[in-house]
Ligand binder design. Structure first.
Ligand code: CTP
Length: 397
């Protein structure tokens, strides 16, 4: 997503500017060309040399350098995105009033690129009426904001917002701003992920090796594309995707109930979960003691959640299933696509190296209901998620 993108990071004079070093580094590592613009105050906190080393490019600070005349106007028009982090109360006030007395404010006044502000300031300053009015004016002008968050401030603990969002969180919000205009923007996307856990007794469960990674990456990528995303997740150690409403379930029956509640409003369903097909027929209410000889446990089938959603789907909704197979993945997936009434099915082979459960990479072929086959390049699950959503967007039209 960031490769080849041109991002301007404006840093204003707040203590949080040390975190902007990490933000610049992450953007550069991800392949973006990053131009850092410092205000005079920011240069008091972090030396320009630090940002030059991290971005590999000269840092811009002054309007008055002879060979950079009009660079501020050009930059704000040529770049793909401008992030101001931290945006202090003073910087927010200057921007809201259209001041243009240094490189950063002049650039922002002339900019046509989208802007994301990460405010950071003392909690009283953030709560003050002028700051509120200034930020509201900038939001009306089309600027996006992230944070501030509650948590420790330079002057001590506070339970009120003021602290700048972490660089990782800013990056996800920046991705959403960058992807404005995607076909998924404003759509409701429902994603399921992870395994289910079927109890045998209060201590033991039956589960599978699904990590949830693929579904979590899809939920995050859909949010980047502007969708309103709900993720229904079985037990997973993955961190919650930023911006996504996460609902936790344990059993296939709970998954079925959660999907039934959310699906009628959804424009897209991506069923990446790996629900158990069977559950113990008798769940004991006490821990089963060890006994002599072998043990046979009777299992009963669970419902096929995806199949059962047919009557709940909105007209025009795009329904995506997964098929994890061990051999002949595409043929078996094609049959499932028809049986479950899907628009797309993502087929992968658990026996292929680097694909399937518990790894960060995947190799999949997406089949569509019109007989199209779309092999996606081998890559990270994040990259595969983008490929799957590209095909969802085609079907959304
Ligand atoms: N699925 C579901 N409910 C189940 C089992 C699977 O909704 N009880 C969904 C999965 O989330 C996936 C799709 O159905 O999107 C295919 O899952 P898979 O386990 O490959 O298919 P099954 O229909 O269970 O077929 P089989 O296990 O016989 O291969």
């Amino acid at each position: 997503m960031w490769a080849g993108r041109h991002v301007v990071v404006g840093v204003t004079g707040g203590i949080a500017s040390y975190k902007s070093c990490h933000l610049v580094r992450r953007l550069s590592e991800a392949g973006a060309r990053v131009d850092v613009v410092l205000t005079r105050g920011a240069a008091e906190f972090v030396r320009p040399l630090t940002f030059e080393a991290l971005s590999g490019r000269p840092v811009l600070t002054s309007l008055w350098e002879p060979d950079r005349a009009l660079a501020h106007v050009r930059l704000g028009r040529e770049c793909d995105l401008i992030i101001v982090a931290p945006a202090t109360a003073h910087a927010v006030a200057r921007l809201a009033h259209g001041m243009a007395d240094d490189f950063l404010t002049a650039l922002l006044l002339a900019a046509t690129a989208p802007v994301l502000l990460a405010p950071a300031m003392n909690d009283e300053m953030y709560a003050a009426a002028p700051t509120e009015a200034n930020l509201a004016a900038l939001v009306r002008r089309g600027f996006a904001t992230v944070g501030p968050e509650r948590g420790p401030l330079a002057e001590g603990a506070s339970d009120r917002p003021g602290r700048m969002s972490e660089p990782e969180v800013i990056l996800h919000h920046a991705a959403r701003v960058l992807r404005r205009g995607s076909a998924l923007a404003g759509r409701r996307v429902l994603v399921t992920a992870g395994p289910t856990r079927e109890p045998l007794d209060p201590v033991r469960v039956m589960t599978n090796r699904s990590s949830g990674k693929m579904g979590y990456r899809i939920a995050q990528a859909a949010w980047h594309r502007g969708a309103e995303v709900t993720l229904i997740s079985g037990p997973s150690t993955e961190p919650d995707p930023i911006g996504v409403a996460v609902e936790r379930i344990e059993t296939t029956a709970e998954l079925e109930a959660a999907v039934a509640r959310a699906l009628p409003a959804a424009d897209v369903l991506v069923m990446a979960a790996a629900p158990a097909d069977y559950r113990p027929a008798d769940v004991l209410d006490r821990k089963r003691p060890r006994q002599e000889g072998s043990l046979t446990i009777a299992l009963e089938p669970t419902k096929d959640v995806l199949l059962g959603t047919r009557s709940l789907r909105r007209t025009g909704a795009v329904i995506v299933g997964f098929a994890l197979e061990t051999g002949d993945a595409a043929e078996k997936a094609a049959a499932k696509l028809v049986r479950k009434g899907l628009d797309l099915i993502v087929a992968n082979d658990a026996l292929e190296p680097g694909a399937g459960f518990e790894v960060d990479t995947n190799r999949v072929t997406v089949l569509d209901r019109d007989g199209g086959r779309h092999p996606l390049p081998f890559g990270s699950k994040a990259a595969v998620a983008e490929g799957i959503l590209d095909l969802v967007e085609v079907r959304l039209g």
